[in-house]
Design a protein around this ligand. Structure first.
Ligand SMILES: Cc1cc2nc3c(=O)[nH]c(=O)nc-3n(C[C@H](O)[C@H](O)[C@H](O)COP(=O)(O)OP(=O)(O)OC[C@H]3O[C@@H](n4cnc5c(N)ncnc54)[C@H](O)[C@@H]3O)c2cc1C
Length: 397
């Protein structure tokens, strides 16, 4: 079966739904969203779930409740795109023909990228905030650990919310401090980067936070194997390949990530992206080789920090440029790489990092945003979910 739609969007996550709503507001009447999941997730809250500061249930809503009225929902997964024939193939054997295509399929979590990881997830006090099912278990692992070694890992390569692997380490350390056992904990943060954060002003603040908790930071390192039953992990130093083995009593894992396999294997992928991300112009968000295809969110090769905050700024740019392209006009808007990462450093404390492609700081509020702030914690915990569900997904913020 082949259906035909004017604009087809692959993915009904943060980027796909926001963009569907904005395209509809721009007057486009025939829009279809290809999305296999019955549930839409607000993933940024999973850090607070893992830190015992929020419950998981409100982070999920029926997909049907977020798809804008009048937009067709094709309940299937895309398996490929033929940009010459202007068709998307689906996992149910159908095809969808498009005049304009928006790819917003998110990032792929490669749990099997670390040998031994799948066998121990959810067991042996190994958890991850990167999954709806596992995030509540992170809090259980933190609460039930009162002494010993705690390890928090970040994989090599781009990931969504690059601050998340650190935030949960700080929330855990804060909990152990409040309960008087921090002195009995040996905490390790494994980072692939040479510093705490790309923007020097925020890196300085995070260095102080890690020192305050006595966290041992392993730079330019990543986890390359884990044996959950033996409670050991292998850490590899990226520049030298040197391998070290470490014991753990609890561990929070951020899995290796990449573009979805079907994008990697498609003509849409950037041939120079080692992780197979989709190739778009980083300013216009239009595909560099196929002008009737646009992309946004975590699945593209734009070098911003992969966040819902970035999606909020990308979507209006993409919609304006797609509308212009339909009239055979040049792109009218440019995305500057804006992203925001609310770096939670304790219960009630947050450094609100906002920055662009050039790592210039782009603060929304006029206060000193390089400091840990209580008000920004409230914005993160209570304000941003309202912004997301009630305004961003409706295409008005
Ligand atoms: C623990 C954690 C903490 C985070 N913290 C923050 C934060 O503090 N601030 C922030 O801004 N961001 C944060 N993020 C990142 C944010 O959630 C993502 O950047 C954002 O959701 C990206 O939107 P997206 O639409 O590209 O991807 P997603 O929202 O993941 O949506 C992708 C959609 O595509 C669908 N899909 C997948 N494959 C296919 C296919 N083959 N065909 C069709 N559809 C498909 C999926 O089902 C999904 O609905 C965090 C994420 C995590 C996991």
């Amino acid at each position: 079966m082949t259906a035909t739609h004017d604009v087809v969007i692959i993915g009904g996550g943060a980027a796909g739904i926001t963009t569907a709503a904005r395209l509809k507001r721009a007057g486009i009447t025939d829009i279809a969203v290809i999305e296999p999941s019955e549930t839409h997730y607000y993933q940024p809250m999973w850090t607070l779930v893992g830190g015992g500061e929020a419950s998981i249930a409100p982070t999920a809503r029926p997909q049907s409740s977020v798809i804008p009225k009048g937009v067709t929902w094709i309940k299937a997964a895309a398996t490929g795109v033929d940009p010459e024939a202007n068709t998307v193939s689906l996992d149910n054997g159908d095809e969808v023909h498009y005049s304009w295509l928006v790819v917003a399929a998110g990032i792929q979590l490669n749990w099997d990228g670390v040998p031994g990881l799948v066998d121990t997830l959810g067991r042996n006090r190994v958890s991850s905030n990167y999954s709806y099912d596992l995030a509540p278990q992170t809090w259980e692992a933190i609460k039930s650990t009162t002494s010993g070694t705690a390890v928090f890992t970040q994989p090599n390569g781009p990931i969504k919310c690059a601050g998340a692997p650190q935030k949960i380490a700080y929330l855990a350390a804060d909990h152990w401090q409040r309960t008087g056992v921090l002195k009995d904990m040996d905490i390790h943060l494994i980072l692939p980067t040479p510093g705490m954060f790309g923007v020097p002003e925020f890196a300085a603040g995070l260095t102080k936070v890690a020192e305050r908790y006595g966290i041992n930071v392993h730079f330019e390192s990543h986890m390359t194997a884990v044996d959950g039953d033996a409670h050991t992990l292998q850490i590899t130093k990226i520049p030298t390949g040197e391998v070290e083995s470490m014991h753990f009593d609890m561990m929070h894992v951020t899995p290796p990530q990449s573009a979805p396999d079907w994008i990697k294997a498609s003509p849409l992928a950037d041939p120079n992206s080692p992780f197979g991300y989709m190739e778009v112009d980083k300013f216009t968000l239009q595909h560099t080789r196929f002008p009737n295809i646009f992309g946004l969110g975590d699945c593209t090769n734009t070098p911003n920090s992969k966040t819902a905050a970035a999606v909020r700024k990308q979507s209006p740019v993409l919609v304006a440029n797609l509308v212009a392209a339909r009239k055979a006009q040049a792109a009218t808007k440019s995305y500057n790489g804006y992203a925001s990462c609310p770096l939670i450093t304790a219960k009630g404390k947050c450094i609100m990092a906002e920055f662009d492609y050039d790592l210039n700081r782009t603060p929304t509020f006029p206060m000193d945003m390089t400091k840990e702030r209580w008000d920004m914690y409230q914005v993160k915990k209570n304000g941003l979910p309202i912004l997301y569900w009630n305004f961003m997904l409706k295409g008005v913020a």
